[in-house]
Design a binder for this molecule. Sequence first.
Ligand code: NAI
Length: 765
Amino acid sequence: MKNIIKKVGVIGAGTMGAGIAGQVANAGIEVILLDLPSENGDVNSLSRKGLDRIKNDDMPGLVSEHAESLISIGNIRDDLDKLADCDWVAEAIVERLNLKHQLYRDLIDCCDPETIITSNTSTIPIALLTEGMPESFCQRFAITHFFNPVRYMRLLELVSGEKTSKEVIDRLHNFSEMKLGKGVILCKDRPGFLANRVGVFAIQCALNIAFEMGLSPWEADAVFGRPLGFPKTGVFGLYDLIGIDLMVDVAQSLVNILPPSDPFHQYSRTNDFVANMITNGQTGNKNSKGFYRDQGNLTEALNFDTGEYVSYSRIKSDLLESSESYGPRKLLEDGGEYGQFAWRVLSEVLCYAASIIPDVTSNPADIDDAMKLGYNWTKGPFEILDDIGHQYFVDRLKDEGRDVPEFLVNNKGDRFYVASKRELKVLQYGGSYEKIMHSAGVLRFSEIRKTLKPQNTNEVASWYQYDGAALVEFHSKANTLDGGSLDILSDALEQAESVGLRGVIVHNDSQHFSCGVSLWSVRECFESEDYHKLDCFLKHFQDTMSMMRNSALPVLSAPVGMSIGGGFEVVLHTDRVIANTNSVMGLVESGVGLVPGGGGCKEVLYRWNNLLEDPRVAAWNAFMNIGLGRLARSPYEAEKMAFVTPSDSFHINRDHLLGSALSALGDVKKTPQRGTLKLTGKSHYEEMKLWLSKNLDKGFLTPHNQTVGIEIARIVTGGDCLEGTLATEQDLFDAERKSFLRLAKSPQTQARIVGMLDEGKTIRN
Ligand code: NAI
């Protein structure tokens, strides 16, 4: 059996196949993507469409142009022979057993006898997929179940058949973790495997109970979202995202394969309202209307009584807010409609998750991981049970006369996760606690923090000492930054130096590293007209950024998800960035009518000046990147925007970031102090202003875009100064602060911030 996977074939260039091909190419591996031949015109039009989809999507499936160049396309009539030298062929065609069988027979003929073959099936048991196939095929066949979108969803469920060789599973496991960056869970061949089994149950349960209780889509989603640790799409938003017709099919396919006693059947039904929606073409985002529809700057949602779309306001509730920040126990205990909905849904979901132990797995951590990596839940079911209290949960079920799943009865009220001697253990079916084990290189901060006591902590950030380093974690909502975050960061910098640690690493294991400065803090200042407070905050921010730069110790950042606005300014001031390849970076302040005020303009300007001979081109690039709020959707794109430097490194598996950062501490060179910089001055400033006014006239910019653009132009050119005037780092910091404050005082910026906070909308004024 060949050890290394150097070339991959993917068959079926639909949603999943194209995504898988994209991720293989992102790993730097050659891939051939085949679909059916088209009769008219371009014979490869289906595979070409698949490739276009991952190139052009809002969430691109490719990290770089180089990755794109590694994909070649074709069709299964003319190009099957090109699979002969593939080490792995992944099948991702439609979910039809007879078609899959036919394809496998063709693959047996054309592939090397050692080629690994896998299916991406969601619902067909491996026993059926391999039925009637030769022994030698069964030995090299497995299910590799990826999640959509493949580049971003971390979970890969790997299912072995009775005859699959261990070597094949080991190779797929290793390749998927090390090269494709996935969190692999070895699953038994059970209906829906792990994540969909619990995830689809949760969605169907929430939908049915919301209808039964008469909740509107926006009310149900306000509860079954962030307050319970689920993605903010909620249930109806998720239905729209997946496609209402597809979701109904997914539920039906589970109905077909689950035993009649399974509690899923209670919630699997499609009600008349949803069936009518499908008939009317209201199938979700792909058809621009589902439970929600976008009407320009306004989102409307269906009123279930009238069947009409109505406008609605975001639900504001202290109870939901506090549930998001402090856990759902208070919400679950509340007798109001939201509390009742939360309890009914969550209790059903937690019971269901417990009920599949031990049949599907005997390890609850597998279920927790599957839900976090495959469904983006903040916590898995058993972590939620630890949060709300296992005994409280069981007692309440008993009070309500409900059955308690065996796994919960057997647990006599202990926590599912316990930390002892710096090890995290989880309670198994059978009663023993087992250490949580991972493959080499995997180190999850979310797990190790459970075994540590913070050195300093407040509501929004903490820092820990681990392996001789200070680990700084932001943990506010969306990890937005306020004075508290900066207090912890500066304390970690000071203490790390004074107690002789090896360095400081800023990292967290949330979905996003940091979505910038808390706009609530900015709003509080302008609503109380306390601009002095705002200025002090900016000064605190800038001083902390300087501290990072001037610390004698290496300071690293290991960002995941979004690092935008102030969050990215933190990244910009670290000595080395160890980024996940799915990191999104950028200075997006202009969108809310502000400029980067924590050294973002300064850093981008310095970086362009270091790269380019011509200071005018450097200033122009900085002006454009910041003014248009450009986002780099991978670190490779960030490289082209001077957002990262050649000494920074990128990892496809986000679970490898922290380990790499800890290992890198020893060889990081401190970024040299910034010297003076030649400003391009008045004539360049005027040129930028002219560009802004032309684009205003053409209707590409709004009047307030122009105002913000002028402020950015003033910072990066020096404004009315003479060309060649020298600026220090502090001059640029000061210029940013002045512009930030001027803009924060303007009613247009304030309207943008209020719109963003209250309605989640970008106001174009
Ligand atoms: P899709 O309908 O988007 O794409 C299927 C593609 O296969 C189409 O382009 C079609 O032309 C092509 N095709 C059909 N028969 C073929 C054949 N004999 N040879 C070559 N190409 C053929 O389907 P999707 O959603 O990508 O699903 C593919 C597989 O992945 C299915 O088994 C599905 O259950 C599974 N899956 C789907 C997920 C999703 O979110 N869509 C998630 C995880 C698994």
